[in-house]
Structure formats: structure tokens, C-alpha cells
Design a protein around this ligand. Sequence first.
Ligand code: ZN
Length: 222
Amino acid sequence: MASPPEHAPLAERVEELLAAGGPLPIVAAGQPVLRQGTEPYDGQLGPALLSRFVEALRATMHAAPGVGLAAPQVGVPLRIAVIEDPAPVPEQVAVARGRVPQPFRVLVNPVYEPVGGDRAAFFEGCLSVPGWQAVVARHAEVRLRGADERGRTLDEVFTGWPARIVQHETDHLDGTLYLDRAEPRSLATNEAVAALWAQPTPHAAARALGFPLPPDGAQLSR
Ligand code: ZN
């Protein structure tokens, strides 16, 4: 079935993007599409084009590589994101950060709310802010509601690193970048993080760079 006429421009935009083949170009900070929020997905692309778009998002996320990608990051203002994290990190890091493998998922019209009051603060980065990382204190546990790519209801509690990923990607759909929530004094190049701040937690970075972390006890180590 054809998309409703009023939605044609977005479908055309996606068709153009896919026509080039291969990973999609990733939009960097400074482009308005990352800041203007998204339309809820209600069939604008139709099932076949949605399926092709989701596959392109997945391929782009893999090629980057990244553990999540939101539609605005490829210039498409629709409320759709993909996540997937094989979690290839040392055991000590995985335990401290709750970085368990997250299978591939498509998030359609996701919204999250915190579960409990715990916060977890770690360095994170963004494909739309290449070269940099910063510490963000996020909800340690969230309830995510929405749908999958087939319209099936999504209502799930995420913890650990997957909770961080779904918050980061859902924020993109609201025009929010992780830097908006980050500790400004924690801003570090990828090189600095690799050389100095690869510890399982950001406590040493907090002391050296002078930024606060959530109170002891609120910092989860699952
Ligand atoms: Zn991002």
C-alpha cells in the first residue's frame, strides 16, 4: 500500500538515501535535524520501505561501529532507532558497567521512564559527535515502551549498559544529545579516554578532571 500523500516527502527522502547503497552518511552535531525532534512513526514509509530502512540503519551502525543509531542521525526525522551491542569488553569492565550483550532490536516510537532512583555515571560517546566522550549520569534502570518494526508492543525494563543505550537513542528522537546531559568537565578525546580513563568506572577521571559523580550507593555495579 502506498504511503499517504501527506507523508510522501519523508518516504522520498528515505528512498533517496537507500538508493546510494552501503552505509548511510551519519549526520554530525550542528545539523538541525539532530535538534528538532521527530515525528511519531505511523506508517509513513510503508512496511517494505521501513524494512529496508531498518536494515540500512543496522548496516550503518555496524560499519561505524556503534551500539545504537537513531533515524535523525542519518537525517530522517522519524521516531525510529536501532540498538545492538555484542559487548566486546574485558570482564571487569563488563561487570562494573553492566555491559551485557544486547541483541539487535528496532525501537519504534520509544519512550522511557526511570525505574527507581539509582543513577549510573560512565563515559559515553556518540556517532554524531565523533572523537569525543563525556561522563553522563543516567537512570540505572528504565522502563521502555513503544513498538517494534512490526508494530508489536514493546514494554520492557532495561538495566545496565542496555539501559544507557536506550536512553541515549530515545533522547536523539527528542532532539537531545548526550552532551546536554554530560558533566562538562569530563569532556575528553577518545585518545585521552583510551590512554587515561579506561578504568571500569570514572572515579579516577572525576578526581583528576574535577567533576561530580552520583553519591556512593547510587552508582550501580551490576
Ligand atoms: Zn548518539
